[in-house]
Design a binder for this molecule. Structure first.
Ligand code: PQQ
Length: 251
């Protein structure tokens, strides 16, 4: 395991910076989390999968909001024209024909009530804190850091490629329709992460900015990791916080 602290102190070439950013994903992305492995090995109960979908809705819901903050902070019209596609992907034409609606479909296909999911108040406290941290980071860090924090999307096609076939194979109540959300994501994520990576490599032009970009990506991996830690603690180890979603029955 690498220590990413101070890795850019002597300055990195563009190729070296890209290699470090990709190494962050190899070592710290949430496809290394034990919950992901349990999910793909078929070991999660339906209640746990419901909890995952319900909590992850909070993340989905904040994404177009953090992208709108990034949009507002960008002074370059060409940057804004590219970045606004992310909001369109999630909100669709009318708010409910994009990725958020498709995530809601995933959650309701698992048996959850749409209003309960949309309300977000049954999510774990740690989920809400993690999602809030992502939003605040994008609002308060530099634009370069906010863009760099989106670079986990470089790795999301990998986790989606692991998750979708395994879920279809291991859980008899999960169908392609349940997981329709994921069918568009790899293509969208590649388009978005190519753009974001190019931006980061061009704008991280001092050792300090390079380190800031690397730290932002590490922080984002930590946010995704913390969300899975919280789910595991609550629903595998049985420490559901008061007020949080409780599965009706284990199967
Ligand atoms: O399925 C996943 O594990 C996963 C991970 C991530 C990510 O790495 O942040 C995103 C998504 N999905 C996703 O669907 C998505 O729209 C998305 C947007 C962003 C972002 O930070 O802007 N990450 C992700």
């Amino acid at each position: 395991m690498s220590d990413f602290h101070d890795v850019a102190k002597n300055g990195l070439s563009t190729a070296e910076l890209e290699a470090v950013l990709r190494r962050v994903g190899t070592e710290r992305y949430h496809n290394r989390h034990p919950l992901h492995h349990r999910m793909t090995s078929g070991g999660m109960s339906k209640g746990e999968l419901q909890a995952w979908a319900l909590n992850r809705y909070c993340y989905q819901a904040v994404i177009p909001r953090k992208d709108a903050i990034i949009l507002a902070r960008a002074t370059d019209p060409a940057f804004r024209a590219a970045w606004r596609k992310r909001i369109e992907d999630h909100d669709g034409e009318d708010g409910w024909s994009g990725g958020i609606a498709r995530w809601l479909h995933l959650a309701t296909s698992l048996g959850l009530d749409a209003e309960a999911v949309k309300g977000e108040n049954l999510a774990l406290p740690a989920t809400r804190f993690a999602v809030g941290a992502y939003f605040s980071f994008c609002a308060n860090a530099t634009l370069l850091e906010a863009v760099a924090s989106s670079l986990t999307e470089l790795f999301s096609p990998v986790i989606i490629g692991e998750r979708v076939p395994a879920m279809l194979a291991k859980y008899e109540y999960i169908t392609e329709d349940t997981l329709a959300y994921f069918s568009r994501r790899p293509e969208q994520a590649s388009r978005d992460s190519d753009f974001a990576l190019d931006y980061v490599l061009r704008h991280a032009d001092t050792p300090e900015r390079q380190q800031a970009a690397i730290d932002a990506l590490v922080l984002k991996c930590d946010i995704l990791w913390a969300m899975l830690d919280a789910l595991q603690h609550a629903y595998q180890a049985g420490n559901i916080p008061p007020g949080a979603f409780r599965p009706e029955q284990e199967s």
